[in-house]
Write a protein that binds this ligand. Structure first.
Ligand code: MN3
Length: 200
C-alpha cells in the first residue's frame, strides 16, 4: 500500500496570524506532498515495499531517498497534528509533570527548546522526545529524526518544530526566532500529552 498525504486536521488559515494560510498551503500540499510522492517512488519495486514508515526510518535510513522523503513524511505528519487553532498556553496533565521533572519549569523548557530550534544551522527540526520515560530536547538536520539510528537524542519524538526556511520565510523572512515564538501560540498540548502517554 502506497503512502498517502494525510489531510490537515484544520483549515489552512486556522493557524493565522501565527502561521499564514499561504505557507500552510504550500508547505502541506507541495512540500509534504512531494515527500510522499518521492517516498513511494523510492520504495516501489524494492524489498522495502509494504514496510511501515517507522520500519523504513529504523532499518533503511542508509538509503538517501528513504531517509529524506520518509523522514519528511513522518516529520510533517507529526507536525500538523501537534498544532491547532485552539493551541498555545501552558500544558496540563502528565506532560506538564514530565516538563517539571526534566526542566524545572515551563519557562526553562521553552528556553531550551527555542535555543535548539534557533541554533540548528540550516534546515532541520527541533524535537521533544521521550526516552526511557523522560523528556529530552534535541535537534536534527534536514529531514532526519531521532527514530533513525544515531540521530539526535534517540527517543520517540512527541513534539517537533520545522525550522526549514519553507516553514516560515513568507511571513517571517530571516526572523526565525519570531517564528519560534509564534509556534508556542499554536501548540496543541492535548495532542502532545496523548503522544507522551503513548510513548512513555
Ligand atoms: Mn517542512
Amino acid at each position: 500500500m502506497a503512502f498517502e498525504l494525510p489531510e490537515l486536521p484544520y483549515a489552512h488559515e486556522a493557524l493565522e496570524p501565527y502561521i499564514d494560510k499561504q505557507t500552510m498551503e504550500i508547505h502541506h500540499g507541495k512540500h509534504h506532498g512531494g515527500y510522499v510522492t518521492k517516498l513511494n517512488a523510492a520504495v516501489e519495486g524494492t524489498d522495502m515495499t509494504g514496510k511501515s514508515l517507522e520500519e523504513l526510518l529504523k532499518d533503511h535510513s542508509d538509503v538517501p531517498a528513504v531517509r529524506n522523503n520518509g523522514g519528511g513524511h513522518w516529520n510533517h505528519s507529526l507536525f500538523w497534528t501537534i498544532m491547532g487553532p485552539d493551541g498555545g498556553g501552558n500544558p496540563t496533565g502528565d506532560i506538564m509533570d514530565a516538563i517539571h521533572e526534566a526542566f524545572g519549569d515551563f519557562e526553562k523548557f521553552k528556553t531550551e527548546f527555542s535555543n535548539a530550534a534557533a541554533t540548528r544551522f540550516g534546515s532541520g527540526w527541533a524535537w521533544v522526545c521521550v526516552k526511557d520515560g523522560k523528556l529530552e530536547i534535541c535537534s536534527s538536520a534536514n529531514q532526519d529524526n531521532p527514530l533513525m539510528p544515531g540521530v539526535g537524542c534517540g527517543g520517540t519524538p512527541i513534539l517537533g518544530l520545522d525550522v526549514w526556511e519553507h516553514a516560515y520565510y513568507l511571513k517571517y523572512q530571516n526572523k526565525r526566532p519570531d517564528y519560534i515564538d509564534a509556534f508556542f501560540s499554536v501548540i496543541n498540548w492535548e495532542e502532545v500529552n496523548k503522544k507522551f502517554l503513548a510513548a512513555k
